[in-house]
Design a binder for this molecule. Structure first.
Ligand code: FES
Length: 106
């Protein structure tokens, strides 16, 4: 549960079509995705295992990330699982773009 705003990264640090893993002191690591000119922030750890989704394969057409371990997939916008073996939704996080920063908002 996020209780305070936090700057995650510079938007420019996340290449188009790519993702950045962000470690945090007060919670699980997050992943910032940059797809089709938009950003998405989710938990970085897959809900099936301990894989880092920022190392996964991004499908820009379907707006999915495919897990690097067992090829499960999640919708980047909603966190919905959309590929076996993932069945538990991925947490997505609210953020704002401010002065070039990606800022988590509670
Ligand atoms: Fe992600 Fe298994 S750890 S699909």
């Amino acid at each position: 549960i996020l209780t305070a705003e936090a700057v995650l990264c510079r938007a420019a640090d996340v290449p188009e079509g790519g993702a950045l893993r962000v470690e945090r002191d007060d919670g699980p690591p997050l992943a910032v995705f940059h797809v089709g000119g938009r950003f998405y922030v989710t938990d970085d750890t897959c809900t099936h295992g301990e894989a880092s989704l920022s190392e996964g394969e991004i499908d820009a057409e379907e707006l999915l990330v495919e897990c690097p371990w067992h090829s499960g997939a999640f919708d980047l916008a909603t966190g919905a699982p959309c590929g076996a073996p993932c069945t538990i939704a991925l947490r997505v996080h609210r953020f704002e773009l401010r002065g070039g920063d990606i800022v988590l908002v509670p």
